[in-house]
Write a protein that binds this ligand. Sequence first.
Ligand SMILES: NC(=O)c1ccc[n+]([C@@H]2O[C@H](COP(=O)([O-])OP(=O)(O)OC[C@H]3O[C@@H](n4cnc5c(N)ncnc54)[C@H](OP(=O)(O)O)[C@@H]3O)[C@@H](O)[C@H]2O)c1
Length: 241
Amino acid sequence: MNGSTSPTALITGGARRIGREIALTLARAGWNIALHYHHSREDAEDAAREMEAIGMKCELFQADLGRLDEALAMVERVFERMPGCRALINNASIFERAALLETSEDLFDRHFTLNFKTPFFLTRDFARRCREGEVVNLLDTKITQKHSNYFAYTLTKKALFEFTRMAAKELAPGVRVNGVCPGLILPPPGEGDAYMERMQIRVPLRRKGDPADIARAVLFLLQNDFITGEWIFIDGGEHLK
Ligand SMILES: NC(=O)c1ccc[n+]([C@@H]2O[C@H](COP(=O)([O-])OP(=O)(O)OC[C@H]3O[C@@H](n4cnc5c(N)ncnc54)[C@H](OP(=O)(O)O)[C@@H]3O)[C@@H](O)[C@H]2O)c1
């Protein structure tokens, strides 16, 4: 693999968990990585070392994506330092429990900013700079649900799903835009194995998935250049009603 001539993928929230697995999977497939992180500096540095060990370039970009000015400045820095940037993976998000009646304005705003507004404008600025490229948005199997104890979160992913399809039409033929909808993969903050076992009852395949299942789907969407405006459920069948 020759990192100096390879295309670059920008991955938000790439230091840990699913984002990290996506970054490593893409690096193994020959992509250089622009790895965004917010607080997880040590994990980001560790991931960068792993990617460099397999011969790919990985540069780190710190930003609070809850602030649009920081998000857009980050895109500028990425294209300055890695002009071969050809893919954007909108992965960073927050996921906080609140039914509709418990949803505060603050929780609503934080979710809509990080999970929807930021991917919207990152996609806009990415597409302005890169006439040919791909965007993959991390959605959620919950986009099929009407009931959710994560009400605002679920709405942000429904909005991002519609955005994915509209942006795919608008940005064709140069930029493809697709989505991946994970199901039960990793427990949310503060939860562990007991939570995952409780939740498995909802999954037709009766088990959780692995971050590698999500990463393979992202790679597939990047590699198949006749797909746009599409979304893939990687959820053990949870979206089936
Ligand atoms: N986990 C699952 O089972 C599951 C299920 C369905 C959908 N998904 C979707 O898949 C994606 C990845 O899931 P995950 O569980 O791996 O995500 P996660 O761990 O909850 O969050 C990913 C990253 O988002 C970053 N982040 C949070 N607030 C930020 C801010 N203000 N500015 C910048 N970055 C911020 C964090 O970066 P730092 O650590 O650097 O601070 C974090 O590592 C998400 O879009 C999620 O909605 C996940």
